[in-house]
Design a protein around this ligand. Structure first.
Ligand SMILES: [Zn+2]
Length: 163
């Protein structure tokens, strides 16, 4: 294959790509260490800069809505001073649940990258399929299966250890 500027841009994009999911995985690890279900989420701005990185804190905050995605969106919105994040991207280690998918839509997130699919709780490719619903007014571009194996391994080890 010939080398050109596009290839360099693609390589750079792939590096960014990997690094953001790596950070999301680090947040998931940190959540596991706090005794939380290991899910991590990162929000990047239209320039690709990380503006929020969070892990699950439902137990710590006694808050069933304190999923990694919700916390990351809240943090990014607060930093921007806006209820919407147009052109922003969300990276999460696990398929978002219906609540988080609705929040992603409401925040006008441009692109959703997620790791492992979640047949039990997921709301994007499973169950409610929030973005496919006629009432969904904003659908992000969705890329699934990004770093799916390490995301799934984290969850499996976490639940195995607690059994
Ligand atoms: Zn959720």
């Amino acid at each position: 294959m010939r080398s050109c500027a596009c290839m360099a841009a693609l390589r750079q994009a792939r590096m960014d790509f990997t690094s953001h999911m790596t950070l999301a995985l680090e947040q998931a690890h940190a959540a596991a260490q706090r005794g939380e279900v290991p899910v991590g989420a990162v929000v990047t701005d239209p320039q690709g800069r990380v503006v929020a990185a969070e892990g699950n804190r439902t137990r710590e905050l006694s808050d069933p809505t304190a999923h990694a995605e919700i916390l990351a969106i809240r943090s990014a919105c607060a930093a921007l001073g806006s209820e919407r994040l147009p052109g922003y991207h969300l990276w999460v280690t696990l398929e978002p649940c219906p609540m988080c998918a609705a929040a992603i839509s409401a925040a006008r997130i441009a692109t959703l990258y997620y790791g492992a699919g979640d047949p039990r709780m997921g709301g994007v490719a499973h169950g409610a399929r929030v973005f496919d619903h006629p009432q969904c007014h904003h659908r992000p571009i969705v890329y699934d299966g990004i770093a799916a194996a390490p995301s799934r391994d984290l969850l499996q080890h976490f639940f195995k250890a607690r059994r």
